[in-house]
Design a protein around this ligand. Structure first.
Ligand code: XMP
Length: 508
């Protein structure tokens, strides 16, 4: 049994954060659309109703039948969730005089209420709501207030129903994690058994049962997710797993060789396919970024398929899909805006079933699992790298020579980040070749007329937003000198100081 908390999604942007916090509390949880509560699932020990962009009075507001879980397990409503419960059970919800937004302090707290165990007086919370609860249903009592919000939190005595109008999941609610722990551990009776070690043990066992004696194919990219998925599967089924690593010719300098060596050291059964010639040929003269992506995507599937078909008795295709890739989040029209991406282009007749051993994990959990599996740190902490590789970092048409120039410049930059102890402080870094731009320089007594290279390094937590990394000037000066002196064809280095938005991380 894997005990779990269900988080019902009503379209709020902070729903994923609730899941992150619960996982940090070593508690397994699933985010499900508001109308998909798994009635009858014996593993569910509690339910959280999350926030929503709607008011309970909006005709389109998402509604859930509380009888599915009330009285059967503890319930916590957060923001809209709290208002929805109160409104449905006979309380009153009204537009607030002014929108309650930002920091607030809980001026009264009932520390007898198990939700607030350990809370300090005046604990800071984060509010974000337009409506407010003005009367509680019968049998409910107020357990916390702020200056402006009388019913900041409530409890339905004896029914294990709780509601908070603030957001415990956000960083600015300073004791928010304590509140969630109180709910999960004390109120729901959770055992906090979700750990990397338990995950590995349980998943290896499940994979053995699921796959039996079948053969599995997995596409490796050199990135963290597919590598951890491969090592996990290797532990479960060993040589029944065949990994395929395609070199499209636009990887980093020596990346194909180094990563192949890493994989072999990890005992993986890997087929490395050097298909760079095909990719370069098909990309000849192509300058439009989306066209580059399409060609690379199509060629990749072709090469992968051709290799995979040689393994005639394969029954499974494994992928390193992780949880954020598949969470179905609702936009305010109720449509799914991000749905589970599926096998890209594998021919139907291969009849492969999908195996996604990391599908419940967040990125940092994948890294913890990688460490648990004894993988080397440099594989686990590797920066993200786009699938089309350096193709989207060469502005203009791609040639092997331009790739070589960019690989050399990029290698100096990345190695420099490692040498200066800066690599782990940035989310992602790389060099960009402005191959259609030339500028004048002077080297020795000679005039040069060559391309500039831009350096990009960003800080981020999820690549959705990013800031340019404030790298030390001395470091940038050294990297710039080194690139101009050592990389033929480059006579100028710039540093990209744009954030995302409005820019993106990649230039193309
Ligand atoms: P942007 O440029 O959109 O990038 O800010 C966000 C993150 O996604 C990566 N990225 C890609 N990854 N195929 C990938 O596998 C792609 O076509 C692609 N484009 C961008 C990018 O490196 C960053 O981590």
């Amino acid at each position: 049994m894997q005990e779990k908390i269900i988080i019902l999604d009503f379209g709020s942007q902070t729903t994923q954060l609730i899941a992150r916090r619960l996982r940090e509390l070593d508690t397994f949880c699933e985010i499900l659309p508001y109308n998909k509560f798994p009635v009858g699932d014996p593993d569910v020990i509690g339910v959280i109703l999350a926030g929503s962009p709607y008011s309970v009075y909006d005709p389109e507001a998402f509604k859930v039948d509380l009888n599915q879980f009330m009285g059967r397990m503890p319930v916590l409503g957060i923001c809209y969730g709290a208002q929805f419960i109160s409104h449905t059970l006979g309380g009153r919800v009204e537009p607030a005089d002014s929108r309650e937004y930002g920091r607030a302090n809980l001026t009264t707290i009932d520390t007898q209420c198990p939700l607030f165990k350990g809370f300090e007086p005046n604990s800071q919370v984060w509010m974000s709501h337009g409506d407010t609860i003005t009367a509680l249903p019968d049998g409910f009592r107020c357990v916390a207030s702020t200056d402006k919000v009388r019913f900041a939190a409530y409890e339905a005595e004896g029914q294990h129903v709780y509601g908070v109008q603030f957001h415990p999941e956000v960083f600015h609610s300073l004791q928010g994690t304590q509140l969630l722990r109180n709910f999960v551990v004390d109120i729901c009776g959770g055992h906090q058994t979700w750990s990397a070690a338990n995950f590995v043990e349980a998943t290896v066992q499940e994979l053995k049962e699921q796959i039996g004696q079948d053969r599995v194919i997995l596409g490796l990219s050199g990135g963290v997710d597919s590598s951890v998925a491969a090592v996990l599967l290797n532990r479960a089924i060993g040589k029944q797993l065949t990994c395929i690593f395609v070199d499209h010719g636009m990887l980093r300098k020596n990346e194909f060789r180094n990563v192949m060596r890493d994989y072999e050291c990890l005992g993986l059964n890997v087929i490395g396919v050097d298909a760079s010639e095909k990719f370069f040929k098909d990309l000849e003269g192509v300058t439009e970024p989306e066209k580059k992506r399409k060609i690379i995507g199509r060629d990749f599937v072709e090469v992968f398929d051709a290799e995979a078909k040689k393994i005639t008795d394969a029954k499974w295709l494994a992928q390193g899909t992780i949880y954020p890739d598949r969470i179905e989040s609702l936009n305010i029209t109720g449509k799914v805006i991000k749905s589970h991406h599926n096998v890209g282009g594998l021919p139907e007749e291969m009849h492969l079933s999908l195996c996604e051993p990391l599908k419940w994990l967040f990125k940092d959990e994948v890294r913890r699992v990688g460490r648990q599996l004894g993988m080397p740190e440099h594989l686990i902490t590797r920066h993200p790298f786009p699938g089309p590789g350096l193709a989207v970092r060469i502005l203009g048409a791609i040639t092997p020579e331009k790739v070589r120039i960019l690989q050399d410049a990029d290698d100096i930059f990345i190695q420099g980040l490692r040498d200066w102890g800066l690599y782990d402080q940035v989310w992602q870094a790389g060099a960009i070749l402005l191959s259609d731009v030339r500028s004048v320089g002077v080297m020795g007594d000679e005039r040069t007329y060559e391309n500039p290279v831009a350096l990009r390094a960003v800080t981020s937590t999820d690549a959705m937003t990013a800031d340019w990394a404030h790298l030390p000037y001395d470091f940038l000066a050294q990297v710039s000198n080194s690139i101009i002196n050592k990389v033929r064809g480059v006579n100028r280095v710039c540093y990209d100081i744009s954030s995302k938005p409005p820019s993106t991380i990649e230039w193309e």
